[in-house]
Each structure stands twice: as C-alpha cells, then as structure tokens.
Design a protein around this ligand. Structure first.
Ligand code: AMP
Ligand code: FES
Ligand code: ZN
Ligand code: ZN
Length: 308
C-alpha cells in the first residue's frame, strides 16, 4: 500500500480513516490532528501552562512529545504508586518517564506516594479493602487526587491525560451498559474547571490505541510495554476486547460509537442530569480540595483509615 501524500511505501494503514501514510507523513499527521482536536474542543492555548500526567506508557509519552513539538508549555507529572509486582512496574515506568524528559530537557514533577503518604498504593489498599485483592479503586482515587493537587500547587491551568479512543470507548461502553447518566455527562475530551478542580483534557481521545503505539514506535519513543500487573482481568480490558471484535468486523465502529455519543450529548441527551457546575461541592478540611462529601474527601478518608 502507498502513502496517500507521497506515494512512498505506507508505514501504517488506517482503514477506519481510509488512509495510509509513510513514516514521515504519519509523524506529521498525528501532531496536525492533535492540534485540530485541541482547537475543536477548546482544550487550551499556547498561553496556558499544561501539566501532562505521564505513566511511562506509549499514550502519555507520545502526547507529551506532540505537545512539546507543537510548542505548548507542557510539563510532566509522574506519580510513583509503589507497585513492585510485574518486575517493579512503578520503578520501570518512572525510569522511562525520566529518560524521556531528560532527552528533551523537559520538566518532570515526580510525586512518590509512599514518601508523601507513608505507604505504597498496594499496601494502603490492603488495609482499606482488606480481602478485596485489587488496589485499582484506591489507585484511581489517589491518582485523580494527586493530579489535581499537583496542577493546583504548580499553578497549571490544565491537566492533560493520555487517554486514547480505545480507553474512552471502553469507559463509554461500561457506562452505557448501566446508563450511568452522571458519568456520561462528564465523559468527554474536556471537563471544565470548577470549584478547585482544574480543567481536564484528553487530546488523544480520538486516536486508536494502535495509532498512538505506531507514533511512539516510529518516533523512537521508549516506553514501558507492560501494563499495570493489576490490570489483568479488569472490566476495562474485557470491554476493549469486545469492542475490538466489533471493530474488526466494522472498521471505524469505535470512533463512530464515541463521536456519535459526543454529538448526542451536545444536542441535549443526558442534560437533565447534574453536572460539575450544579453539584454542591464542599471543601475537604484536611487537603483543601473539593469534595461532594461532608467532611473529609474520599482520598483523605482512605489515608486517614491507615493512619489511625
Ligand atoms: P490509565 O488509567 O492507566 O489507563 O491511564 C490513563 C492516563 O492517566 C494515562 O494516559 C496518563 O495520562 C495518566 N496516568 C496513569 N498512570 C499515571 C501515573 N502513575 N502518573 C501520572 N499519570 C498517570
Ligand atoms: Fe493503579 Fe494499576 S492499580 S495503575
Ligand atoms: Zn508519505
Ligand atoms: Zn482531602
């Protein structure tokens, strides 16, 4: 197959876009498309300071690379969760993030969970969800908390994550199976700032996972290949597999699912549900971050349970 732009041999074929591109044109195409999504969804401008949450994986490191190439003011944030399983998953991921930043002379903020809160995520999780086995729920709450805190402390207007289309379609699928109105209302490329929460954006939400993987590979970005060892058997992976089967039969199905959801929501579906603007938020007396709880926020409750 030949590149649509120069007729050289294509490095990637994207049947979902009826497009094939050579390496050089693919490496241009991803940043061009990213810029288009940033503008289309009003994510941020070159005047704003952006904190990119990087896990050491292909999506978030490629995102940071693209924003840097496009001339945005983007610093990185790596949260060390203290996951030792899977060949020291956290340590490995951190090394990839640090090497990436050093090679480009970029600023990476590292928050070490254990140093800051006294215990690693798996240990904290064992105490708070004893017997439940998986630390993913505790981890999710903690990451969101730390990301917002770090963005606020550092004076960043925007927090960017590397979620790709496969992530977004799987989340959407899960929320749709149970018609989770409030979650559906909040899911999208941008979640506006409000009451102490910084704006959250997902500039890669329209790229398939194989597209971000191809970008990392062709750009020569080294990233951690392994998934978090606790991810195996998760609902999200199950939904991704289902959607991959659908996509194999109908190229473009995932993108259509996601984009038609955004359109439907834009035209008022789910509008009766509450949004971030209308939810009553209180201030956590311990950390000062917004919470729907009265008293300590979900994160501080978690940590407090350990400290008593
Ligand atoms: P995940 O929830 O692991 O699929 O990750 C989704 C996004 O969250 C990634 O693309 C990153 O932007 C961010 N992220 C995940 N883990 C970390 C971490 N340890 N430190 C900073 N950001 C992270
Ligand atoms: Fe948090 Fe796996 S449990 S990344
Ligand atoms: Zn070409
Ligand atoms: Zn709190």
């Amino acid at each position: 197959m030949k590149c649509r732009k120069c007729a050289l041999k294509a490095a990637i074929h994207m049947p979902e876009h009826h497009l094939a591109l050579c390496k050089e044109h693919y490496l241009d195409w991803i940043p061009e498309q990213t810029e288009r999504f940033i503008n289309k969804y009003d994510m941020f401008t070159r005047k704003e300071r952006i904190l990119v949450a990087v896990s050491g994986g292909k999506d978030s490191l490629s995102l940071w690379d693209v924003l840097w190439r496009l001339g945005y003011q983007a610093d990185g944030l790596y949260i060390s969760l203290g996951i030792d399983a899977g060949m020291h998953y956290s340590r490995q991921s951190q090394a990839f993030a640090e090497r990436f930043a050093a090679q480009r002379n970029l600023n990476l903020i590292v928050v070490d969970f254990k140093e800051t809160f006294g215990e690693s995520i798996p240990d904290l999780s064992l105490r708070t969800h004893r017997g439940k086995g998986k630390p993913c729920a505790v981890c999710g709450i903690s990451k969101r908390h730390i990301m917002n805190q770090a963005a606020r402390d550092g004076g960043y207007q925007v927090l960017a994550t590397g979620h790709n289309l496969d992530d977004e379609a799987a989340t959407l699928f899960g929320n749709t199976l149970q018609w989770m109105g409030e979650q559906l209302l909040r899911q999208g490329p941008v979640l506006e700032a409000g009451s102490g929460l910084v704006r959250k954006v997902k500039p890669f939400c329209r790229f398939y996972e194989r597209e971000t993987a191809a970008y990392a590979l062709l750009r020569g970005i080294d990233y951690v290949y392994d998934e978090c060892p606790f991810a195996a058997g998760s609902k999200s992976i199950y939904y991704k597999n289902l959607l991959n089967r659908l996509e194999a039969d109908r190229p473009g199905a995932k993108l259509t699912f996601y984009l038609s959801f955004l359109e439907a929501r834009e035209s008022g579906l789910f509008a009766a549900h509450t949004s971030r603007e209308t939810v009553q938020l209180n201030t956590c007396p311990n950390c000062g971050q917004p919470t729907t709880n009265e008293g300590l926020c979900a994160f501080c409750r978690q940590v407090a349970r350990v400290q008593v």
